[in-house]
Ligand binder design. Sequence first.
Ligand code: ADP
Ligand code: MG
Length: 248
Amino acid sequence: MSAVLKATGLVKSFGAFTAVNDVSFTVNDGEALAIIGPNGAGKSTLFDLLTGRKTPDRGEVQLFGESVGHLKPWKRVKRGLGRSFQVSSVFPTFTAEENVQIGLMLASGRTWNAFARATETQKDEAAALLAKVGLADKKDVAASDLSHGDQRTLELAVALSTRPKLLLLDEPTAGMGREESRECLTLIRNIAASESMPIVFVEHDMNVVFSFATRVMVLVAGQVLIDGEPEVVRKDQRVKEAYFGEDI
Ligand code: ADP
Ligand code: MG
């Protein structure tokens, strides 16, 4: 079985500071990999290296067995890499439906502008995607007028609009309460399962992590401390220490 995503020896420094320091890992079919670690551990930087938003100083990223290190973010999206970011990236003045339509148009190689609107098929697809994430009744609401949780959910719909084969989610539940986080992850997990799509996600709430991940990788100071079965990671003394005695 070839890996869906394979990172080998990734390194990224900012000046003298090395944010990602020789990180290697693999994502296989059917996995829900949680990447956890203290603030500043390098999780978002690692995601940026995977998605192509940042270029590694060293190392390689393979998607479905092919090296994508030279590819711009958008080309990686075309190869099946769906993503959403820690910082919200929806277009605030556009409606929920328009945001998804823009994603669909980009996925089909067209750029949204005032003269090139979505096709009827794309409008139907956008409506179906909004229904899938539970935002059908808010399709005409401007993204900026949606609640924080709904904005994050809209981002998920936009990420899905590119028809990903693998989903990378950097803190998809950032800023949500515990119950809302749980609902959002349940939604993500159900969608991932129904589309047989592996996911890689960063999440702070350890209860959420350990109830959703099939594998957990702990990043500390830019390095992989441990990568394995959730139960093994949870019991690891070094992980407990990395969290300064926090109860995980
Ligand atoms: P995490 O997502 O795990 O909280 P980040 O990847 O955002 O961590 O950051 C890792 C470290 O790299 C932090 O110390 C952060 O300050 C630093 N860092 C991130 N981006 C930059 C940048 N563009 N320039 C300088 N330092 C950065
Ligand atoms: Mg981060």
